[in-house]
Design a binder for this molecule. Structure first.
Ligand code: ZN
Ligand code: ZN
Length: 395
């Protein structure tokens, strides 16, 4: 591996910051202490900062030379509402909150890169270090953009990195095109007419309507869209009634839809409206659909994905870079940045969990698991990648 010696030298300092952030997790848009830590470090290294975009976001800018070109490097800072099972020294000190997605590590890796870049400035242009809040469902990236992120800090391209448990340390994964799916929630409320269960002819049974809608909705996935367009529709809740002998008035279905493209999502949403309305009408009931779009699909721009892959190969060797990584149906709010600017999102292997210190929980070291911990061995790898990516982009 071609790690930057200077980063390896100060790795322990960045690791200490990572563990401090891990011990003090903060949820969506509450990352005040974390933003303070980031701001203090950047200021200490002579990097001018801007605070308050997306409430708790921090942007640091490092400049060199005369070029007007600029690159954005993004890390997320928020934690999850989860009780940590690990008992090692840097475990969460905030009950019910935990850095179980490794955003503590993402913040640390970008800080490591910032320190080196501020010291060496071996590039021509501007590097905007974007520390965003609220990736876990709050749309912090979107909030920063709406607050003028790219007007205040124009970027020719933006890049985002996420640790990936299960992939070996020292590997990267990237691909042009879709990396993660759009995430959307729906709720269907069916109104029938309650009756005695022995006298169904006096009522309109919303349970039968719910069953009919649940079955018909799956045809949108199997019979309506092109088979090669990936999508999933999962009904995760069906609620109706609370007695053996009463036909209830109402039934509610809830669930999620994921797609890799917005036109496919449009098609599924309009198909749902049609099926919900007419399935209910066919059985004499009424039904209403509430459909909420959370995150758009995360779609890498081909040129930037190829560029990032080349830099990864320089750092860890071609054999350790997977350039056709399989997309996942998870979602990521970096999608909003990729709608606004060219760029790409990629994975850095977090290993199999063997790095965890004694006292970790019995669960697997997977994202959103209470026994997860970010692998500190990634700090010099991720920080080196950020540095080389910025230096090459602004070379
Ligand atoms: Zn997460
Ligand atoms: Zn995450």
């Amino acid at each position: 591996m071609n790690l930057i010696d200077r980063i390896v030298q100060f790795q322990a300092d960045i690791q200490a910051i990572r563990r401090d952030i891990h011990a003090h997790p903060e949820l969506c848009f509450e990352e005040n202490r974390t933003a303070d830590v980031v701001a203090q470090q950047l200021t200490k290294w002579g990097i001018p900062i801007h605070r308050g975009l997306g409430k708790t976001g921090v942007v640091g800018t490092i400049t060199a030379g005369t070029s007007r070109r600029a690159i954005g490097l993004r890390a997320d800072m928020d934690a999850l509402p989860l009780q940590e099972h690990n008992q090692f020294e840097h475990k969460s000190q905030h009950a019910g909150k935990m850095h179980a997605c490794g955003h503590d590590g993402h913040t640390a890796m970008l800080l490591g890169a910032a320190k080196y870049l501020a010291e060496h400035r071996n590039f021509d242009g501007a590097i905007h270090l974007i520390f965003q809040p609220a990736e876990e469902g709050g749309g912090g990236a979107d909030a920063m953009i709406k607050d003028g992120l790219f007007e205040k800090f124009p970027c020719d391209a933006v890049f985002g990195m996420h640790n990936w448990p299960g992939s070996p340390v020292g590997t990267f994964g990237v691909a042009p095109g879709p990396m993660m799916a759009s995430s959307n929630e729906f709720e269907i409320t069916i109104t029938g007419k309650g009756a005695h269960a022995a006298l169904p002819h006096n009522g309109i049974d919303p349970v039968m309507v719910a069953v009919s809608i649940a079955q018909n909705l799956q045809t949108l996935i199997t019979r309506n869209k092109k088979p090669i367009d990936a999508a999933v529709l999962s009904i995760t809740q069906i609620h109706a009634g609370d007695a053996y002998n009463i036909i209830p008035n109402e039934a509610v279905l809830r669930g999620t839809v994921r797609t890799f493209s917005t036109p496919v999502l449009d098609q599924i949403e309009s198909g749902m409206r049609r099926i919900v309305e007419h399935s209910a009408a066919a059985l004499g009931a009424q039904a209403a659909l509430r459909f909420h779009r959370n995150y758009p699909p995360t779609v890498n721009h081909a040129k930037e994905a190829l560029f990032a892959a080349e830099v990864m190969k320089e750092v860890v060797g071609a054999e350790n870079v997977l350039t056709d990584v399989e997309p996942t149906m998870g979602a990521e709010d970096f999608a909003f940045m990729l709608l606004a600017k060219p760029g790409c999102y990629f994975f850095i292997g977090n290993g199999d969990g063997a790095h965890r210190e004694s006292g970790h929980g019995i669960g697997p070291c997977m994202l959103h698991n209470p026994s997860y911990d970010f692998n500190d061995a990634l700090i010099p790898i991720g920080a080196t990648l950020w540095v080389r990516l910025a230096e090459r982009f602004l070379g």
